[in-house]
Write a protein that binds this ligand. Structure first.
Ligand code: SF4
Ligand code: SF4
Length: 381
């Protein structure tokens, strides 16, 4: 493993402990990936799925718009909330007792990422409470607020999968705040808590397994929010219509965690909850280092793939000429030569988009965008 680094702290970020709730948006948007046809004023029930995306509210179709999702523009349906939360779905009530039943149940919620993880036999179960990006608290706050449900679901999962070696991995910076977890962990003797150094990319499966001295191919890794999703869908048999979103950055008067309905427009969240101090700022989706820069906040809706929004003062450091220092190559965890890719304009499929090359480059060259193949800005210009 390459030596992992601790990221520099930003003294201008003011993180508040309070969790905001925004579960009554006036509109939500549902990405439409197939040829579904809707007319204005069609009624949409809460909890209905349309091409794998859920309607998190009930209401009427009031329009459509293009949104930016997973590196491309796609159509979405605009639903105006009737604030009735009408749902007509009947979910399973019978307790899940084996892997097949669990997978079958997860299919009803389109949780294919989780299903893929459950598809093979492993001997170690790792639950990661690591928020990789600085000033992101989704995983940690989920554990702090729902420790009962999380521990119960880890226990449920280990019994279903017949795994005895279970590790709950937490960054040492969060150790002091997990008193509640420690107070009931005795009831779950199979679960071992391990504290991790506060280094960037420690939560990557390869790095975590190496740190824990476990074979990667024998290990199954879930985040605490994924465990909470399992709890919601497979113990409570409810749909996932809300999610945690961290909004942080040095252009904000305060950074915070917010619970939002899936499909809410980023613009509506920013207007309602963000006090932006600086006139000129940049918005990044899913983190400053590993995320992408947002061109138009009106194009973004909150889907299950989005965890963090960073709103930072506009970067005024200009790009200068490469000085051939080699730092980008030395730091890349995937042994890519980002400088070479940048100048040859080639994508490297091994790139995990961690952003360390950009972070270290003294010439402020945006290497990651080319290596990872994120052409969002170029498409727009
Ligand atoms: S963003 Fe890609 S190229 Fe840059 S350091 Fe990370 S893995 Fe390497
Ligand atoms: S880190 Fe920046 S300046 Fe150094 S070799 Fe890479 S691209 Fe050039």
């Amino acid at each position: 493993m390459k030596t992992l680094i601790k990221l520099e702290e930003n003294p201008n970020i003011n993180m508040v402990g309070k969790i905001y709730e925004f579960i009554d948006p006036t509109k939500v948007y549902i990405p439409i990936l197939t040829n579904l046809t809707f007319r204005k004023n069609d009624y949409i029930y809460k909890n209905n799925y349309y091409s794998n995306y859920i309607s998190s509210i009930s209401g009427y179709v009031s329009g459509s718009k293009k949104i930016y999702l997973n590196n491309k523009y796609i159509d979405s349906l605009e639903i105006t909330n009737d604030f009735k939360e009408n749902s007509h779905i009947k979910r399973r009530k019978k307790k899940i007792t084996n892997r097949e039943e669990l997978i079958e149940n997860l299919k009803r919620f389109y949780l294919f990422d989780l299903i893929n993880k459950l598809d093979s036999n492993k001997s170690n179960l790792i639950i990661s409470c690591v928020d990789e990006e600085e000033y992101t608290i989704n995983e940690f706050m989920r554990l702090s607020n729902n420790y009962d449900e999380i521990l119960m679901t880890i226990d449920f999962l280990s019994k279903i999968l017949k795994i005895k070696n279970i590790t709950l991995a937490i960054k040492n910076t969060n150790a002091k705040s997990i008193k509640n977890v420690k107070s009931i962990i005795g009831s779950f003797p199979n679960i071992k808590i391990v504290l991790l150094p506060d280094n960037y990319l420690i939560g990557l499966k390869t790095n975590l397994c190496e740190f824990l001295n476990l074979k990667e191919e024998d290990s199954l890794l879930f985040t605490t929010n994924e465990i909470y999703d399992l709890y919601t869908t497979s113990i409570k048999f409810k749909d996932i219509t809300e999610k945690y979103l961290t909004i942080s950055g040095d252009a904000l008067a305060k950074s915070f965690l917010i619970n939002v309905k899936l499909g809410t427009s980023l613009n509506e969240i920013i207007k309602k909850y963000c006090k932006i101090k600086d006139k000129e700022y940049d918005i990044f989706l899913n983190g400053y280092l590993s995320g992408i820069k947002v061109l138009k906040k009106e194009d973004i809706i909150i889907t299950k793939e989005i965890n963090t929004i960073v709103i930072n003062k506009k970067n005024t450091n200009c790009e200068t000429e490469c000085i051939n220092c080699g730092a980008c190559y030395k730091i890349c965890p995937k042994d890519i030569n980002p400088k070479r890719c940048f100048f040859n304009k080639t994508i490297n499929s091994k790139c995990i988009g961690c952003g360390l090359c950009n972070y270290i480059c003294p010439a402020n060259i945006d290497l990651k965008r080319v290596v990872k193949g994120d052409m969002y800005e170029e498409k727009e210009n």
